[in-house]
Each structure stands twice: as structure tokens, then as C-alpha cells.
Design a protein around this ligand. Structure first.
Ligand SMILES: NC(=O)c1ccc[n+]([C@@H]2O[C@H](COP(=O)([O-])OP(=O)(O)OC[C@H]3O[C@@H](n4cnc5c(N)ncnc54)[C@H](O)[C@@H]3O)[C@@H](O)[C@H]2O)c1
Length: 320
């Protein structure tokens, strides 16, 4: 059985590739190595996998229907884990159409192929950001998600809608996973934890938007990968699962924690709230616990410690 991982050279994708190869599964990775962040980082993420007998790397675009046809014909893909996306919230305000192109149209291209080639499972990486400014916490999969507050979140929501429609029309088995702020080694350099670590390390001030009381449910990468793997080994008709840690950390405490682990006092520059920032993300994970046996294991203190170790050992070469 062959697994197609889109965005497999990215942060989450490269961890998933590693795990699948460790279990001797056959992986086709499709990634266009875009410049959303330095593609050298993605090359490094995937370097260990290249050369593995069960690994095929295809440098290409999920929007390229002819390429997709070749891939599906040649490799007889049975399962798709669709992670490729433009993933940052703030840049989506600058280029909303690019987000529609990649995150919505790209998802439709893959759903079309899932239909044409009768794939057995389609897993779509969605995001906690689709809950927008949901007042009810923790966020549950059954909550109404009608107000997204960034173009990124709207694109993810639209892609979810297409997943549901394609399931209804063509009976493609689809599982949507709503990830809650994922962190750990190889985290994208644009994400808060990584950015804060870099700035503290370089003795530069951190721009803190709001008063520091906003809260996020930070989820360690290993827990996310375990969650994805447990979906791969089940067959669902159509399901949505939150994958979070189900604990929240305030922005202020996060910055302090990172500073204390690096051994420096962060210099904080307070700025007003930014559009697109939600006050809280907080996952209700009872459905994932019940149906997947999902149980996050890494508390924020331990997870940040692992991230800082990785950052200090292996990332400093790419600092800007
Ligand atoms: N990291 C998080 O905290 C988080 C939270 C919620 C949801 N997600 C979702 O999880 C997925 C992976 O996120 P990530 O943090 O690993 O991001 P990432 O940017 O590191 O990985 C995405 C990968 O997709 C590739 N890609 C982008 N457009 C492509 C295209 N048109 N064709 C082929 N490849 C393309 C990129 O080159 C990149 O390697 C995304 O769908 C993201 O929206 C991530």
C-alpha cells in the first residue's frame, strides 16, 4: 500500500514521513518546496528520508492535475494525507487569493483524484483557526463554525466544506483533523515559539501583540503524529477530530518559559492586538480519545525544552 503525503517536506509532513518509514510503509511525498519559508529548511527536513528504499520524493505542485494523474497511475496510491498548504495566518491578509489557490483549489484537485482513483482514505489537515472567535470553550467538533477571522481560516473552512461535499457525492472516506498550534523540532520559522526563541537568542525584542493574556492550546509534534497514525490504521466514513493538547498557555507565560529555558530575560515590546488573532484556542479532545485512543503525552514545559534543545543544536545556521 502506498501513502501520498502532500507537503511532506514541511514541518508536520517530514515528521510523518519519518514515522511511516520507520514502520516500513511506502511513502510518496509531493512537495513544491515553495518559498513561504526558506526551502533549504525543507530540504533538511526531508534529507534523512531521501535514499530510503520505501521513499519517493516528487517535487511538484498539488495543482498540477497531469502530474497528479501520473502519480496516482504509477504508484497506485491508496491513502492520501493532505498537508500541503499555505499555513500562516498573518500572510493570508496580504495574499488571500494565493491561499484560495493552494488551500482550497489544491484540496479540490486532490479530492478529484481521490474520486478518480478510488482511494481508500483521505485525511485533510485542517486547523483550530476555523473556530474563529468561538465563545464556548473548549472547542468541540460539533460547534458551529460560521465565523472565521482570517483568510487562512476561511480557506481551511472552505476546504472542509469541499471534503464533506466530495464525501457525500462520491463516498470517499474522509477524515478531517483540526490541529491546534503544533510545535517541536523543525517547527516553521514563522511560528510564534520559533520566532520568540530566535529573538531571545539574538537578544532582540519580542513584539507582543495584546496584553499577553491570549491563550493557545500548544500541541507537541509527536502527539500530532501519533494522532495521524491512529487515523491511518482505522477506516472512517466521514469524521472530524480535534487534535490538541487540551491545555492552554498564555502568551506571556509562553514567552517567559522560552526565556527561562534559553537562560535570558526576554525584552518585550507591547503592541495592540492584530487582526486575525483569536483570544483563545482550546481543544475538546474527547472524541479523538474515544474513537482514536488519542492521548497527548507531552506537557508544554517538556515540549518547549525539546524544541529549544533542537533549536540550539541544529537550527542556528539558518538564523536571519
Ligand atoms: N503547524 C501548525 O501549527 C498547524 C496548525 C493547524 C493546521 N496546520 C496545517 O497542517 C499542514 C502542515 O503545516 P506545517 O506547519 O507543516 O506547514 P509547512 O509550511 O511546514 O508545510 C507545508 C508544506 O506544503 C508544501 N506546499 C505548499 N503549497 C504546495 C503546493 N501547491 N504543492 C505542493 N506542496 C506545497 C510546502 O512547500 C511545505 O513544505 C498545513 O495544511 C497547515 O495548514 C498546521
Amino acid at each position: 500500500m502506498k501513502y501520498l503525503i502532500t507537503g511532506g517536506a514541511g514541518f508536520i509532513g517530514s515528521h510523518l514521513v519519518k514515522q511511516l518509514l520507520e514502520q516500513n510503509r511506502e511513502v510518496v511525498c509531493l512537495d513544491n518546496f515553495n518559498t513561504f519559508y526558506d526551502p533549504k529548511i525543507k530540504e533538511k527536513n526531508i534529507a534523512q528520508a531521501t535514499g530510503h528504499p520505501n521513499f519517493i520524493l516528487i517535487r511538484g505542485d498539488i495543482l498540477d492535475a497531469k502530474l497528479l494523474d501520473k502519480i496516482f497511475k504509477k504508484y497506485k496510491i491508496k491513502k492520501i494525507i493532505h498537508l500541503a498548504a499555505l499555513a500562516g495566518v498573518r500572510p493570508s491578509f496580504v495574499s488571500p487569493l494565493k491561499y484560495v489557490e493552494t488551500d482550497v483549489n489544491g484540496t479540490i484537485c486532490l479530492l478529484e483524484k481521490a474520486k478518480d482513483y478510488n482511494v481508500e482514505q483521505f485525511i485533510f489537515a485542517s486547523s483550530s483557526s476555523i473556530y474563529g472567535i468561538n465563545k464556548k470553550v473548549p472547542f468541540s467538533e460539533n460547534d458551529n463554525v460560521d465565523l472565521q477571522i482570517s483568510p487562512y481560516a476561511s480557506a481551511k473552512k472552505a476546504a472542509e466544506v469541499y471534503c464533506r461535499t466530495y464525501h457525500h457525492l462520491y463516498k470517499i472516506p474522509i477524515t478531517i483533523l483540526r490541529f491546534f498550534t503544533v510545535y517541536g523540532p523543525c517547527q516553521r520559522p514563522d511560528m510564534a515559539i520559533h520566532k520568540f526563541a530566535r529573538l531571545i537568542h539574538q537578544n532582540k525584542p519580542i513584539q507582543m501583540y495584546g496584553d499577553g493574556s491570549s491563550q493557545r492550546d500548544y500541541t507537541y509534534i509527536d502527539d500530532i503524529i501519533t494522532g495521524i497514525m491512529s487515523v491511518l490504521d482505522k477506516s472512517f466514513d466521514f469524521e472530524i477530530f480535534n487534535l490538541g493538547n487540551s491545555e492552554t498557555t498564555s502568551l506571556k507565560n509562553l514567552i517567559e518559559l522560552i526565556g527561562s529555558l534559553i537562560g535570558k530575560t526576554p525584552e518585550i515590546k507591547k503592541l495592540p492586538d492584530q487582526p486575525g488573532d483569536v483570544p483563545i484556542t482550546y481543544a475538546n479532545i474527547s472524541r479523538a480519545k474515544k474513537m482514536l485512543g488519542y492521548q497527548p503525552k507531552v506537557p508544554i514545559e517538556k515540549g518547549i525544552e525539546s524544541f529549544i534543545q533542537w533549536y540550539q543544536n541544529s537550527f542556528t545556521g539558518y538564523e536571519k
